[in-house]
Design a protein around this ligand. Structure first.
Ligand code: GDG
Length: 738
């Protein structure tokens, strides 16, 4: 059985030392709760920080601590106070956390935080690399370890690595402000699969990759350093059975077995039988909208006095990051608001807000969930929010109402909840009113749908989905690996070249022999390229054909005196050495008058784009545009063109950031095919990088060697990564004595 190595900042258990005694407790928080269940289903090992300061650790206890960790399949990465300060409280929680949750006013950019973050990620990488076996699957979690996937991949490219982000990924407009944005993105791209809770976060990530790094992205697959990285959304589920069963068990409990908490809640209900209990549970965090919730609740009490003494808000806030300044300020604000509301509305036997600032054991958590009529969950931003899901799982009588912020990832899959904008107090007050008055039947209908979904897409299903998607990336990896022009295949090609009696090489130009430039005119041939091509063309019985979408004027300027054949405009013109240009096909140009105004209209609307007029085609270039806008406009333009060209003898070609409109039936494949018809070439090579070269690959005979530049799907037999690799290959051909 394959082992799954879970790597996260915190281990699922927290170790503390008190009076020389080692205490082991489960860690609180969404990641720990959710992934602990995974830890049960699979053969897993968990690598992370056990919650101890290594500087002040009593080393005589180290063996015992390590043994306890081992019993729980945990491997420790020990951190000292300085690392905690700068990596955890610093970069993770004062830079990334507020930025990714859109709290830009709290973001701090400090070099010292960043360096600690890099160092601690390295420490994790070393631990992982020390520990893993060849067959392991590595699953890295969350924003503390965004550099880790690449660090592992660089050392062990063979390992399968997944990464899941538990918090939102912000829009590019926010993410771009991060000084280390490039390193973070590249770090994450070390994984084979990147998972997010929602499609929105996935979309934001992809847009940042495209805009910052300019990588080509095919739907949700990113080509990065000779690998395909898949990006997908997996809305995290919960261990539904565990919560549902715990609630059932509680209901069946005998009076004498009930906890103090349960008894106290029951006596509150006995005192006010028609009371509605409203529950909220969160870590005390500014993203959770706790102060907003209290203000909205206060507004509700003001607007709906008929519910005084009929509702109580039970608010559990678990202490979190309490040495970060904003958390301390928020704690004071919450204390003050609770005091204000209770001071204003409480009576001898009614407390509007019951506020707990501590962590409770699982059993008490279930009691709170089970007795509550309404869950009020109002984060300003939240990656997912598992509390909402846990509340629903405990509704064993089928009743209860969930009021959920639309800013929580969970809202995307919970259309049956009452969703609110957490900044709109009026809306929250109305939602509370609606929840209190909601008939049982309606509650049951909504809960049934929600429970059905949650019980199906539970944590086990979530994990399986993620892991099977991760293992599937191997299929893609192998496909590319087998198509890559590896040494053996290259040797076969060189042999065939050397033995052949008559050779022809079809070489595309841009992206194949030279790299892309911002302006096409800058991509002129360099000295090394001229030499390479000259040497090839000098060989006996060897023809070099440059076959391109470029216009014939440019190629005349660059290559007219050379000893190679030139085919331009995708196969409209041909020029043999020492001859003039000739038309490959008879074509007419009347359609241009119809199409040109439309393309010009798109140039006006899309900054950075331009139109290029060739003799027999019109080309709209959008390489320099904002990538999202460019792609969007390209779709629109294609759409409009398609209806405009209907029944005309013209076609649309999509190249690398270009759309070209030209007479149909003219393409590189057809031109190449005309060139070789009737001749007895026994070595044919075709190399190209974009969509228009697929025509060439398609038309060349099966025995031809065809190579696509770029690790993407193709009709060609092989892939090479870049134009540099093409040059290396051509250099090898020049070295063969023929
Ligand atoms: C992050 C993302 C995302 C709470 N109090 C106690 C306690 N809890 C447990 C709850 C729940 C978990 O903690 C909280 O999970 P959330 O999802 O609500 O929030 P975060 O901790 O912020 O988690 C979040 C999550 O990761 C998973 O990807 O959903 O958006 O921010 O399970 O039950 N558990 C115990 N005592 C408590 O007092 N035992």
């Amino acid at each position: 059985m394959q082992r799954i190595i879970i790597v996260s900042n915190r281990l699922p258990i927290n170790i503390s030392i008190f009076n020389g005694q080692i205490n082991v407790e489960p860690s609180v928080g969404g990641l720990a709760t959710g992934m602990s269940s995974v830890h049960k289903f699979y053969e897993t090992v968990w690598i992370g920080w056990p919650g101890l300061d290594f500087d002040t650790l009593d080393f005589t206890l180290l063996d015992d601590i390590n043994r306890k960790l081992e019993e729980n399949n945990c491997i420790p990465v020990y951190l000292n106070e300085n690392e905690m300060e700068n990596y955890y409280f610093g970069f993770s929680n004062k830079t990334i956390w507020p930025l990714y949750h859109y709290f830009t006013q709290y973001v701090e950019y400090e070099d010292v935080f960043w360096h600690a973050y890099v160092d601690v990620n390295k420490r994790f990488a070393e631990k992982v690399l020390d520990f893993i076996k060849d067959d392991d699957i590595i699953w890295v979690h969350d924003y503390h370890l965004q550099l880790l996937p690449k660090m592992i991949k660089d050392a062990r490219p063979d390992m399968l690595i997944g990464f899941f982000l538990h918090i939102p990924f912000p829009s590019f407009e926010l993410f771009r402000s991060l000084p280390w944005r490039r390193e973070i993105i590249e770090g994450m791209l070390g994984a084979d699969l990147l998972g997010f809770h929602t499609y929105d976060y996935e979309r934001h990530f992809i847009s940042s990759v495209r805009r910052l790094l300019g990588y080509d992205i095919n739907l949700n697959q990113i080509s990065f350093e000779n690998r395909i990285v898949k990006v997908d959304s997996f809305p995290m589920g919960i261990d539904y059975e565990r919560y549902n069963k715990a609630a059932t068990k509680l209901k069946d409990k005998h009076e004498k077995d009930k906890t103090q908490m349960a008894k106290e809640i029951e006596s509150l209900i006995a005192l006010i039988p028609d009371i509605k209990l409203i529950l909220s549970i969160d870590r005390l965090d500014y993203t959770k909208g706790i102060a907003n919730r209290l203000r909205a609740y206060e507004y509700f009490l003001e607007q709906f006095p008929q519910f005084h003494k009929k509702v109580t808000l039970i608010m559990l806030c678990v202490p979190s990051r309490s040495n970060v300044e904003q958390y301390q300020a928020m704690k004071s604000e919450v204390d003050e608001l609770v005091g204000r509301i209770n001071g204003k509305y409480a009576s001898i036997n009614w407390t509007p807000v019951l506020y707990f600032y501590r962590s409770l054991p699982f059993e008490s958590l279930i009691e709170l969930y089970t007795y509550s009529d309404i869950a009020l969950i109002t984060p300003i931003r939240d990656g997912m929010n598992l509390v909402a899901k846990e509340y629903l799982a405990t509704r064993i009588n089928g009743r209860g109402v969930l009021i959920l912020s639309e800013m929580a990832g969970a809202a995307k899959e919970m259309g049956e909840a009452i969703t609110i904008n957490p900044n709109n107090y009026g809306e929250i007050a109305d939602a509370l009113n609606a929840a209190i008055l909601m008939p049982d039947k309606e509650q049951e209908e909504r809960i049934a749908v929600l429970q059905n979904r949650l019980s199906r897409y539970n944590i086990e299903k979530w994990t399986k989905d993620f892991l099977s998607s991760l293992t599937n990336t191997i299929v893609a990896r192998n496909r590319y690996a087998t198509k890559k022009l590896v040494a053996d295949e290259e040797l076969k090609m060189l042999n065939a070249y050397s033995k052949a009696k008559k050779r022809i090489l079809f070489l595309d130009y841009d992206g194949t022999l030279v790299g892309f430039q911002k302006k096409p005119e800058l991509a002129s041939p360099d000295e090394e390229l001229y030499q390479l091509l000259d040497q090839l063309a000098m060989k006996k019985d060897t023809e070099v054909v440059l076959i391109s979408g470029r216009d014939k004027e440019t190629f005349t300027e660059w290559f007219a005196k050379k000893n190679y054949s030139l085919i331009t405009e995708h196969g409209v013109w041909i020029k043999e050495p020492r001859s003039d240009w000739d038309l490959v096909e008879k074509v007419n140009n009347e359609w241009k008058e119809l199409i040109r105004p439309l393309i010009e209209f798109y140039v006006d609307r899309t900054p950075g784009s331009f139109v290029e007029e060739k003799n027999f085609s019109l080309v709209w270039h959008f390489r320099k545009c904002d990538p999202d806008l460019g792609n969007l406009r390209a779709i629109e333009l294609k759409d409009e063109l398609t209806s405009l060209i209907a029944n005309r003898n013209i076609e649309i070609l999509e190249g690398n950031k270009v759309i070209e409109i030209k007479n149909s039936g003219i393409n590189k494949g057809r031109a190449a095919s005309k060139k070789i018809t009737g001749e007895d070439y026994d070595f044919i090579l075709g190399i190209g990088d974009d969509w228009t070269d697929e025509y060439l690959f398609n038309e060349l005979p099966g025995a031809a060697f065809t190579i696509k530049v770029g690790m993407v799907n193709t009709l060609a037999r092989y892939n090479l990564e870049s134009f540099n690799d093409v040059r290396k290959l051509l250099r090898k051909l020049t070295e063969i004595d023929v």
